[in-house]
Ligand binder design. Structure first.
Ligand code: NAD
Ligand code: TDX
Length: 356
């Protein structure tokens, strides 16, 4: 197996990236250095890494505030830390934001990925003991009807500015492998949930609104379907690919756990009510059907047989236990919530959601 000495984690202050850094320290044998490069947009929060920072900063963990679109800044990081592995999480990640303002999505997701690839190519030359792992989404495959699944071979059909920008970055990563022999792997994953997820995505929005007795905004008829995976299971899959995956290949990652939004929101009402020892029906009455998301993809469902059979990965957290863990985390971390809700996030929410 390739020895990883210095891994560059882009977007390591975001939801999945910060969980990945926790995962490396807590759940793996990895003993190299972790360099977290993050621009700290509204979604980047170093509070996610307070404990890691206290214990490991300057020894095995290094934070660098950097924009992945800044060629010189990234070049410096490759040299300074002698990077041999990249796991690329950094992105603008929220579909609704991409509808209101796609520019940052094009800039970070496409140009930022291009800039990282250019740097990796320049710094690594024709080395084959290095790897660029690109984190992508099932949304690049488009939308499914009532049946069927996305496979690694499913043609791309992105339908939002977010998914189009991610699809574009996937194509660039594959092109760098094909054209320049850059050692790359890719993964396309379904919806993640867990601690540290920014409260703009469905599950944290609902948990917090239930707790605060606010309306629970369900888009359209609530019958859209998503496949949910606990964030650590995404990270264990990415780590398996980095260590055992075949260069140049793509792996689908999923929860095999499809839920209609409305059913999930009802289940969250029941669960949070149980935690707070309150009446479930009161919370369910807060459910409010609101104007649909433009171009709202109907159903996502991932076939992840490949990573299971070839790399021996499987999901380890079932949805019931994972949701309980997540609800408990949001109920017990009010300070994190207050901090994250101030600043840029708050301003954006006020501007875009006050009219609903
Ligand atoms: P997030 O929005 O929580 O975090 C993104 C991080 O990237 C933030 O810390 C932000 O500061 C940083 N960032 C943004 N622009 C940057 C730039 N120009 N330079 C440096 N850093 C920058 O996102 P997430 O949910 O953790 O998603 C991480 C990755 O996983 C993304 O690539 C996303 O497309 C992919 N993904 C997410 C999900 C999901 O359900 N959240 C599912 C599949 C794939
Ligand atoms: O308030 C809401 N009400 C609602 O009905 C929100 C925030 C969402 N929804 C619906 C829209 C979707 O059908 O819930 C579903 C999930 O929505 P999001 O949490 O916004 O996730 P989604 O659009 O599915 O995209 C997510 O999964 C794939 C991540 O944000 C992406 O980064 C990832 O690639």
């Amino acid at each position: 197996m390739r020895k990883i000495k210095n891994i560059l984690v882009t977007g390591g202050a975001g939801f999945i990236g910060s969980n990945f850094i926790h995962y490396l320290f807590n759940d793996t044998e990895f003993d190299g250095r972790i360099i977290n490069a993050d621009k700290l947009t509204y979604a980047g929060n170093l509070e996610n890494l307070t404990e890691i920072n206290k214990k490991h900063e300057g020894k095995r963990y290094f934070f660098e505030k950097a924009d992945i679109c800044d060629y010189n800044a990234i070049e410096l990081l490759f040299r300074k830390y002698d990077i041999d592995t990249v796991i690329h999480f950094a992105a603008e990640s929220h579909v609704d934001r991409s509808i209101h303002g796609p520019r940052d999505f094009i800039e970070t997701n496409i140009n930022g990925t291009f800039c990282l690839l250019e740097n990796a190519r320049a710094f690594w030359g024709d080395r084959d003991d290095v790897l660029f792992h690109h984190i992508s989404t099932d949304e690049v495959f488009g939308s499914l009807g009532e049946t069927g699944f996305f496979y690694e071979t499913t043609p791309y059909d992105p339908r939002s500015p977010y998914s189009a920008s991610k699809a574009s970055s996937d194509h660039l990563v594959r092109a760098y492998n094909h054209t320049y022999n850059l050692p790359v792997t890719l993964s396309n994953c379904s919806n993640n949930y867990g601690p540290y997820q920014f409260p703009e995505k469905l599950i944290p929005v609902m948990i917090l609104n239930i707790k605060e007795k606010k309306p629970l905004p369900v888009y359209g008829d609530g019958r859209n379907i998503r496949d949910w995976l606990y964030v650590n299971d995404h990270n264990s899959a990415a780590w398996a690919i980095i260590n055992k995956g075949k260069t140049g290949e793509t792996y689908n990652i999923g929860g095999e756990n499809e839920w209609e939004n409305i059913k999930l929101v009802n289940s969250l009402c029941e669960k949070v009510a149980r935690f707070l020892k309150k009446d479930t029906d009161y919370y369910k009455k807060l459910i409010t059907f609101v104007k649909d998301r433009p171009g709202h993809d109907r159903r996502y469902a991932i076939n992840c047989d490949r990573i299971k059979s070839e790399l021996g990965w499987k999901q380890s957290v079932d949805f019931d236990a994972g949701l309980d863990r997540t609800i408990e985390w949001y109920l017990n971390n009010q300070r994190w919530i207050d901090n994250v809700r101030s600043g840029e996030y708050k301003k954006w929410m006020e501007k875009n959601y006050s009219k609903r």
